[in-house]
Ligand binder design. Structure first.
Ligand SMILES: NC(=O)c1ccc[n+]([C@@H]2O[C@H](COP(=O)([O-])OP(=O)(O)OC[C@H]3O[C@@H](n4cnc5c(N)ncnc54)[C@H](O)[C@@H]3O)[C@@H](O)[C@H]2O)c1
Length: 552
């Protein structure tokens, strides 16, 4: 039989465990757990060591009691799949499988695994039978069948449903199961409870499963750990006992002294809180799309307008949407709510108008960047189909290396469809898996490539390491993300590195008026999302040029 491997992003190969490995792993963990029980440590299993699970596992493992002694032993549990198994051996070496700009995460994992010995990772489900608490951080995706129509899609419940059934097979009746996954509202009571209850009944257990829900508000970036530990949480339990248990557990592991818990009556309320929170955010971003177009068509700089509005305290959270929204949560969470209304709760009427519209607008906003690029190049008499275009920034937000559903992905796909040759630079990334592995990433058949033509060659898209090299010969430069490395780029320097004039597209209010003016003076063309005033600056520069005042 041939050996199968799971390969880490750095290219390290780990053989997928065989039955013999399961036995060895169980005996290793039994010994370890016996030791930990002697130390009076609670055993916590975190299911799914992905983006959220890894940091949550580390935060719990770092917990100390009132005397300053470690009080929890955490086992991160991860399926031994080809895609994810590598996370286990990596974590067991004290290395974070998630790359983060947060300076706290890597030392915390190292400390907990190697020094405090309060954190380990495994691939065997049997470990669940030793757990006092199981924290569920498995994904629950919303799969869209078309671009810009969230109604045409479904919640992908199977990973969560399968793991709930497995949990019920192994846990004791007194194990607290804390679902942190963002779920379709109703999941804890109407999906998790019946699945687990049936298994309990088959096992002869009369008690109800102790189910609770508390969603994560984790943010990628430099405050990644703090966004889990030092932040407000909402929680709730399926009954009073589960509610008391989850309050006690969260009060021990996160900083509820400075960030008090909000305890809601029922899990559907906690689940709904997460979905409404993110739908609200998606909506306030989406509604600016039409004002962004209004601004472009009427000589208005939306960035200045927003800054003027922001000073009013009631409007301080108004933010410019950039080239779409992206991230893992905002594009999908509203979809989970819409899906739940019909498929969990059985309603046939369509009450949702604003939430789906917001998601649809956000999901397609980046396509307009391709039009701006085409128009800017056309003004320079350069056809888009023969243009070399450099996209600066692949992440969905500034100063992080997280590409999930980023606007930049759509920009690259649309411009490629239109025939352009694309290059991408991002100081936080060495690979852009959405392209390099577009056949299988994020999962087979789920790549956004399915919504565009001529995407095959994008499998060869490599991240540019050197900005200077990347700029050489570009016909168009798209400032897609507000990474700090791009904010200070000087127009004269850029033109020098390009070696010619270029179309400059500002997607995120990156260029101030002085820079926009200078690009025009240098013979470049400038366009930007929501930046209708560039036309005025262009006219001024042209007038000055006619009066012979511009120095190139
Ligand atoms: N990523 C974010 O920024 C963020 C923020 C807030 C909330 N959330 C929510 O947190 C949840 C988890 O998100 P994530 O980003 O960590 O996802 P992820 O895909 O990075 O991690 C999920 C992990 O669970 C594992 N898994 C799946 N099925 C399993 C099983 N049966 N047994 C054991 N492991 C299994 C997967 O292999 C994967 O490693 C989601 O509901 C998400 O919406 C995420």
């Amino acid at each position: 039989m041939s050996i199968e491997y799971s390969v880490s992003p750095e290219g390290k190969r780990f053989p997928i465990p065989v039955p013999e490995d399961h036995k060895k792993e169980l005996s290793r963990l039994k010994k370890e757990i016996a030791k930990q029980k002697q130390l009076n440590r609670e055993i916590v299993v975190v299911m799914g060591v992905g983006f959220v699970g890894v940091a949550m596992a580390a935060v719990i493992a770092d917990t100390v009691d009132k005397k300053g002694k470690p009080s929890k032993f955490v086992i991160g549990m991860q399926r031994p799949s080809i895609r994810s198994y590598w996370k286990i051996p990596i974590l067991n070496k004290g290395i974070s499988p998630v790359i983060s700009e947060d300076q706290e995460l890597a030392p915390m994992i190292k400390r907990c695994v190697l020094d405090k010995k309060t954190l380990t990772a495994t691939f065997i489900y049997e470990v669940l039978s030793f757990a006092d608490v199981v924290v569920v951080d498995i994904q629950c995706d919303y799969i869209k069948e078309s671009l810009g129509d969230v109604h045409n899609g479904h919640a992908e419940m199977s990973p969560l449903e399968e793991s709930l059934a497995i949990m019920a097979e192994h846990i004791t009746p007194d194990t607290l199961v804390l679902i942190e996954t963002t779920v379709a509202p109703g999941t804890t009571e109407q999906i998790a409870y019946p699945i687990m209850k049936k298994v309990f009944q088959r096992r002869g257990i009369k008690k109800d499963p102790l189910l609770a829900h508390s969603f994560e508000r984790v943010m990628p970036g430099k405050n990644y750990v703090a966004s889990i530990r030092d932040f407000w949480r909402v929680c709730s339990g399926i009954n009073r006992h589960a509610r008391d248990r989850v309050v006690t557990f969260l009060s021990e592991v996160i900083n509820t002294r400075d960030y008090p818990l909000t305890v809601l009556d029922k899990p559907i309320e906690s689940e709904t809180a997460k979905i409404v929170e993110n739908s609200y955010r998606a909506t306030i971003l989406a509604f600016l799309d039409e004002w962004s177009l209004f601004a472009e068509n009427n000589g208005v700089d939306l960035i200045k307008v927003i800054n003027a509005i922001k000073v009013r305290p009631t409007h301080s959270n108004i933010i410019f949407p950039g080239p779409g929204i992206g991230g893992y949560c905002l594009p999908k969470d509203g979809g989970l709510g819409i899906w739940a209304y019909k498929h969990i709760h059985g309603f046939e009427d369509n009450i949702f108008r604003i939430t789906p519209l917001a998601i649809n607008v956000n999901d397609t906003r980046a396509l307009h960047v391709a039009q701006l690029t085409r128009d800017a190049l056309r003004n320079m008499s350069r056809p888009i189909a023969a243009a070399d275009i450099l996209v600066l920034g692949a992440s969905y937000r500034e100063d992080v290396g997280d590409t999930r559903y980023s606007g930049s992905e759509l920009i690259v796909r649309k411009l490629t469809e239109m025939g352009a040759e694309l290059k991408v630079h991002d100081p936080y990334l060495t690979h852009w898996w959405e392209f390099e592995k577009q056949g299988t990433y994020p999962k087979k058949g789920y790549s956004l490539s399915r919504f565009f033509h001529n995407q095959e060659k994008l499998s060869n898209l490599k991240m540019q390491k050197n900005l200077k090299e990347a700029l050489k010969g570009a016909d168009a430069i798209i400032f897609a993300v507000r990474h700090k490395q791009y904010l200070g780029l000087d127009p004269d320097e850029v033109k020098k590195m390009v070696g010619n004039t270029a179309a400059i597209i500002d997607c995120f209010g990156i260029l101030d008026d002085k820079k926009i003016r200078r690009y025009f003076e240098l013979g470049c063309e400038v366009k930007g999302l929501g930046r209708g005033h560039v036309r005025r600056i262009k006219d001024e520069v042209r007038m000055q040029g006619m009066r012979g005042k511009v120095k190139k």
